[in-house]
Design a protein around this ligand. Structure first.
Ligand SMILES: [Zn+2]
Length: 338
């Protein structure tokens, strides 16, 4: 068994991946036809070509079209089922899925749809997920407050954290004081994106203002030694998404990604795919590409997986059970790997 085969076969965990950003081209076409929404192409091949990442405005345009095509709870259930199929095909048994709730559908109906897919995924595919409900940073303060209320209402039904995504520039978390006060009072944790298109200041805000327990991306922390020391000392996990960073031009190419420097600095790093079909990747691909470019061996790859598992927001007994299963499977896989 070679390293790519080892990576394909190994059990995985994903902490940073978006439901809308995981929409397959064929699903988007299906939803658009169902809702009579015009797309730039009317064949799967055409959509796939349009889907290929060009630049940030184009990415935002595609994201907007996907969101327009989500009109009913059934659409959410379809996306979530297909998402879980994709995770199962990669042996990703547990995912903390970032979900941006559309405002046109009552949130309890959205959550019911997600949970129908989750129950189906557990029974049929043996994989499961929980949700990080996120505020898109560009939205109005009232919408942010509403999403925080929604996230709180979903606690105990799969919602494990409030996320913060979207354009980082000029949209710090301080824009939403009420939303963060609400979640703190309710005991819901914060897992924001930060340090992707804005530097260290954004990560400091995420830590100080939102009490972030993990940071989405965070790769620009290296710009501030004091921040690196804070993240290292507290072992705040970074959800690193290498191909996403290349596509969104946070770095020019994978070879120049700061991943090795983050590890050398003693930071807590996990690997993730972000918006996989839009960036022409998968979590499996992220592991294979990084192993290839940075020379990671099977032990290092295993450590990335186990580190991700260790910082999941799962009850202690569930986490311990998964850790035991994963350790046993890695031991078997490594005995076959040469
Ligand atoms: Zn993301």
């Amino acid at each position: 068994m070679n390293l790519p085969d080892f990576i394909r076969a190994m059990p995985k965990i994903e902490l940073h991946v978006h439901l809308q950003g995981s929409t397959r081209p064929e699903t988007l076409l299906k939803l658009a036809q169902h809702h009579h929404i015009a797309l730039p192409a009317d064949t799967v091949e055409g959509i796939r070509e349009w889907y290929t990442f060009r630049d940030f405005p184009h990415f935002v345009e595609i994201y907007g079209v996907i969101c327009d095509c989500i009109q009913a709870p059934d659409d959410i259930e379809l996306l979530a089922r297909e998402f879980l199929q994709g995770q199962a095909s990669q042996n990703i048994r547990y995912t903390e899925l970032t979900y941006t709730p559309p405002r046109r559908i009552p949130f309890d109906e959205q959550l019911d749809a997600l949970n129908r897919a989750r129950v189906w995924g557990e029974a049929e595919l043996g994989v499961t997920m929980n949700y990080i409900v996120d505020i898109p940073r560009e939205c109005e303060v009232e919408v942010g407050n509403l999403i925080a209320d929604w996230a709180i209402s979903g606690m105990g039904q799969g919602v494990i954290a409030l996320g913060l995504g979207g354009p980082e520039v000029d949209n710090p978390p301080e824009k939403y004081p009420e939303a963060y006060a609400k979640i703190k009072a309710a005991g819901l944790i914060s897992i924001p994106h930060a340090g992707e298109t804005v530097g260290a200041a954004s990560i400091w805000s995420a830590l100080k203002f939102t009490d972030a327990v993990r940071i989405g991306h965070g790769v620009r922390c290296l710009e501030d030694p004091a921040l690196v020391e804070e993240l290292r000392r507290r072992q705040i996990p970074l959800e690193v998404c290498p191909t996403s960073n290349v596509c969104l031009k946070v770095v020019d190419q994978l070879e120049n990604h700061p991943l090795p420097h983050l590890l050398e600095a003693g930071l807590y790093v996990t690997l993730n795919s972000d918006d996989p079909p839009m960036f022409n990747t998968t979590l499996t691909e992220e592991y294979i590409r990084c192993a290839d470019v940075f020379g990671f061996d099977a032990n290092r790859i295993e450590q990335f997986v186990m580190d991700a598992l260790r910082v999941t927001i799962l009850p202690a007994d569930q986490k311990a059970k998964l850790m035991g299963q994963y350790q046993a499977e890695f031991a078997t896989l490594k005995s076959r790997y040469s």
